[in-house]
Design a protein around this ligand. Structure first.
Ligand SMILES: NC(=O)c1ccc[n+]([C@@H]2O[C@H](COP(=O)([O-])OP(=O)(O)OC[C@H]3O[C@@H](n4cnc5c(N)ncnc54)[C@H](OP(=O)(O)O)[C@@H]3O)[C@@H](O)[C@H]2O)c1
Length: 325
């Protein structure tokens, strides 16, 4: 039997149940992983609450990001062997001491990347990679606005955008979070709890506005985020930590300056194996060189997953959070 955190019915953090589960031997194309660390992400709360349907039905083992060591391989697996150190993003099943996973979706970890670092960045860091390099190509001089700049995705995004030469404006919910985001690459900080972030963006950019806004907040920052974008700039809505954006009239993109808007997900950008490998390689390069650090600011025992969700949804965390099985 293996310790795991399962969801039997949708709801708040209290539905996360710590229990022993049976894991079968790895099937066709699968490997067994002894997990050393599991990442906590906002998407885990969407699955827990039922906002995203579980692709494996109920009950399901929560979690989409983890890292560990391969202990067995199933039939048909050729490119992964017992003893390999691997990182993993999706599908569900991460909050467990051991899991089976499709070999096709594993990324081999370089020696200089620890399991804890990997568990803190396979989803968040790979997301930042495609957001800054493919969704909108950030280069020297690009002006970016990153909402929730002190969060898991946020702190990685601030560092990476700064490394690419961008002017980085970050929004945060407290003074302490602002200091942290500044120490991690943000040039300008706006506390959107007590400042009008549109007015501040206008002031900071001398009216030029931003080339791109990365918005993982959703409901609370829409449509104001659009007023921070220069004509023909891009609105990247990549998450909804405050709730989903309501249906809107697409003409708003015209009236706000012929804007582009997209709602991207890593699932699409890393759908092809080669893209997954390339995104991972780029992430390992910037982290390995020290240009981007993965701040793991909360560590919990696996049995405390419910507390971890409460902290994340209560805006009480910064950087990445991980569970240790
Ligand atoms: N599309 C993709 O490929 C992809 C991949 C990974 C993550 N995401 C998305 O990226 C976003 C960030 O994920 P994360 O795991 O790194 O979380 P996170 O940013 O560490 O945590 C969420 C943060 O959002 C801010 N926030 C503002 N209003 C909030 C509210 N009403 N409730 C809760 N938080 C609120 C809080 O920061 P302040 O206190 O500073 O406001 C909070 O700390 C999420 O929306 C997630 O779904 C998308």
């Amino acid at each position: 039997m293996v310790a795991a955190v399962r969801v039997h019915k949708h709801g708040g953090p209290e539905v996360l149940t710590f229990e022993d589960v049976e894991i079968p031997p790895p099937g066709q194309g699968q490997v067994r992983i002894k997990q050393h660390a599991c990442g906590i992400n906002f998407i885990d709360t969407y699955f827990r609450a039922g906002a995203y349907p579980s692709p494996v039905g109920m009950p399901f083992i929560a979690g989409n990001e983890s890292a560990g060591e391969v202990t067995a391989i199933g039939p048909g697996v050729t490119d992964i062997k017992v003893g390999d150190r691997v990182g993993f993003v999706g599908p569900l099943g991460a909050y467990a001491a051991e899991r089976n996973a499709p070999a096709e979706r594993l990324v081999k970890l370089p020696d200089n990347i620890s399991y804890e670092q990997a568990a803190g960045m396979m989803l968040k860091g790979m997301t930042v990679q495609y957001l800054l390099n493919r969704t909108y190509k950030v280069t020297k001089g690009t002006i970016v606005l990153i909402h929730a700049a002190a969060g898991g995705v946020g702190l990685i995004a601030c560092q990476w955008a700064n490394y690419l030469g961008a002017t980085v404006i970050g929004t945060v919910g407290s003074k302490e979070k602002g200091e942290l985001a500044k120490a991690n690459g943000a040039h300008h900080i706006i506390n959107y709890r007590n400042e009008d972030f549109v007015a501040k963006v206008k002031e900071i950019t001398n009216g030029k506005l931003c080339d791109v806004v990365y918005d993982g907040i959703g409901k609370d920052t829409f449509p104001a985020s659009l007023d921070c974008i220069r004509p023909m700039g891009m609105f990247v809505s990549y998450g909804a930590s405050s709730g989903q954006i309501d249906a809107f009239n697409i003409n708003i993109l015209q009236t706000k300056g012929s804007l582009f808007a997209t709602r991207p997900t890593l699932n699409t950008y890393a759908a092809k194996k080669q893209d997954l490998v390339d995104i991972g390689a780029d992430l390992f390069k910037v982290v390995g060189s020290g240009a981007v650090k993965i701040p793991i600011n909360q560590k919990y025992a696996l049995k405390d997953a419910a507390k971890a969700h409460r902290d994340l949804e209560g805006r009480g965390t910064t950087g990445a959070s991980i569970l240790i099985p």
